[in-house]
Design a protein around this ligand. Sequence first.
Ligand code: MLT
Length: 273
Amino acid sequence: MEPTASRIEIDGHGITVVERGPRDGLPVTFVHGFPFSHRMWRPQLESLSDDFRCIAYDLRGLGTSQVGDGQYTMESYVDDLVGLLDALDVEAAVVCGLSMGGYIALRGIEREPDRFLGLVLADTRSGQDTDAGKLKRAEAIRTIKARGLHAYAEGLLEQLLAPETFERAPALVDRIRRIVESSEPQGVCGAQLAMAARTDTTGVLPLIDVPVLLLVGELDRLTPPDVAEEMRARVPDAELRVVPGAAHLSNLENPEAFNGALRAFLRGIRWER
Ligand code: MLT
């Protein structure tokens, strides 16, 4: 069952949030990938909320958060993340970001290191887009405008998921497709432009002074394990776990392995309430 979502105002903007777990537990904020919503974190919230205060939200323009003018930047996503922690009275949290969520978390720790107790980077990269990557985003925007999110989702899921996931878990694939289709096209296009314009955050990796867990699907083609290993080697206190049988959506394709590694990491975070 989906946890009950509430709506909070951040900078005059309606943001959808779900919270599960003990109010006095270690706060863990989940930042979803593109073009999904907080609903992609369901297996993590279900499993980890017995011990931890799990917070997940919809990025501005995605899921059921307000779309506004459709013009976003990594800076505005980080503003929202910080605004969310303020609104929930969370001084600092472990932030867990997958892919685009990782871009936001990395820029967040570069800008606001004191708000982080730990960092989980799943299937992501610190580098910015290549020219080929930017052109691919322009093509995606063209597809979404001409043919809608349904047509866009078809091609996207093939890139994101392992071939075995389609055979083994068709209900999961349908659920992911429905999450993609539930956003507004304008918000999805705005997210593409924000990602294309993001800065390179590789320079912050050696400066991170909280524990970092990197997770990556062994079959991830978009942000493969060697990209995660390059990041791990730059961070002073980092461990890397490869998620077996999963591609880019490792938290959904193999939630048991993902949750096991995440839980062990969270148990090791030193924190005073
Ligand atoms: C994601 O899963 O968030 C996307 O692959 C990120 C991107 O398009 O760079």
